[in-house]
Design a protein around this ligand. Structure first.
Ligand code: MLT
Length: 393
């Protein structure tokens, strides 16, 4: 037997696992302390009533042979794909049902999509970045080059004609930095991809945090994107499904390599290696798009947005440089001079009992930065900002 030796090139542990271990050790040593967790972007508010109602109803259906459901159709039930199709149509993006694939979350689909591409591709990944993009390519032994995102470009890297890339990862609103591409900037990426025969893997998991219609929620709002982009989206952050698991991937018919449609390859891959999302979850996801569901999930997003506002105000008051927080649940801020991101992690945990994510865990350009999430409760976010102000002001 031989193992995949590429695994030896990965970081020893997945970032959020390393943090969880450190926090567990601290909690064990200080059992009754009030630690505030703003590290992993996991939601804290319950599923909305429209979703719960749909889940109950679907569960009851599963109890009767007339309404019981076995395997889901390969690409997901039409009722959910139609709801997603309508959601896109409201933004002027027209999709065919066959272009929409239901999956168990954006992380899995983004991780698995690499199956349909040759290992010979040049992969361009922003730095800093959500670690899944890098790790899944390292596992496959692909060569990765990095797109510099930094304070100077507002953590929004732009295409460079001198760099040859076949596969480009973009995430907007960005995890970890919270920065958001505007339409002109995304158009520059679409133009680059079309010119260079490249594909953009666009992670839109945080689109529902965008305020207003000026900024693009979907890359398909940009002319030409259907010919060069795959979009991944999720119900995790939009509707609190981090523990339920459901997402969707969109690959338009226009996206081809020679005569091959990429959605045909993805359909083939999914049919072989994935058995679909369960009926109850797909009914729950469809309820997110009902009139009631939309009202309710938007009010939960507002709740998190109020937390983000508390954070934005606190960082402004402290005079600390940051991005994000306005169209995103993440604040990405500078750590005090002379400290590394991990040193700041320890300092914040020990002195304020607040947990965040060290920027260097997202790539070398993240060194000297730190990520905090707005997914906590309002009370804890407020308390955390008071503790930070005491420490950093
Ligand atoms: C994060 O904290 O970056 C996210 O929770 C990760 C994820 O969505 O998988």
């Amino acid at each position: 037997m031989q193992i995949n030796s590429n695994y030896a090139n990965l970081q020893e542990s997945y970032l959020f696992l390393t943090i969880a271990k450190k926090v567990a050790a601290y909690t064990q040593a200080h059992p009754n302390h009030n630690i505030i967790r703003m590290g992993i972007g996991d939601v804290t508010q319950p599923l909305v009533p429209a979703v719960i109602e749909a889940m109950h109803k679907a569960t009851d259906e599963m109890a009767h042979k007339e309404t019981f459901h076995g395997y889901s159709p390969d690409q997901g039930y039409d009722f959910l794909r139609e709801a997603i199709q309508d959601y896109y149509a409201k933004r002027g993006v027209s999709l065919k049902l066959s272009e929409i694939f239901i999956g168990d979350g954006a992380k899995s689909d983004i991780g698995n999509i690499v199956d349909i591409f040759s290992d010979d591709n040049c992969v361009l990944i922003p730095d800093p970045v959500y670690p899944v993009y890098v790790d899944t390519n390292v596992m496959a032994g692909r060569k990765v080059s990095y797109l510099n995102a930094n304070e100077q470009n507002g953590f929004l890297g732009m295409p460079d004609e001198s760099v040859k890339a076949d596969i480009i990862y973009l995430c907007s609103p960005n995890n970890p930095t919270g920065a958001v591409y505007n339409k002109e900037q995304l158009k520059a990426w679409v133009d680059y991809a079309l010119k260079n025969d490249a594909v953009i893997l666009f992670d839109a998991a945080y689109e529902s945090f965008i305020v207003g219609d000026e900024l693009p929620h979907s890359i398909f709002e940009i002319e030409g994107a259907k010919r060069c982009a795959i979009e991944f989206c999720s119900f995790s952050k939009t509707a609190g499904f981090t523990g339920v698991r459901c997402g969707y991937t969109v690959i338009a018919d226009e996206l081809t390599c020679g005569d091959t449609k990429l959605n045909t390859l993805w359909a083939r891959r999914q049919a072989t290696k994935f058995n679909g999302v369960n009926y109850i979850t797909q009914r729950a996801a469809a309820a997110v798009f009902s009139e009631e569901g939309q009202k309710q999930v938007k009010s939960v997003i507002e709740y998190y947005r109020a937390n983000a506002k508390l954070m934005v105000d606190a960082f402004r008051e402290m005079g600390v440089w940051f991005t994000g927080g306005e169209n995103s649940p993440y604040i990405w801020h500078k750590v005090p001079d002379g400290m590394t991101s991990w040193e700041f992690f320890d300092y914040l945990l020990n002195e304020a009992e607040v947990v965040g994510t060290p920027g260097s865990g997202f790539g070398k350009n993240g060194e000297g930065f730190f990520r905090l999430t707005a997914f906590g409760t309002y009370e804890k976010t407020k308390e955390a900002m008071e503790r930070l102000k005491k420490l950093l002001k």
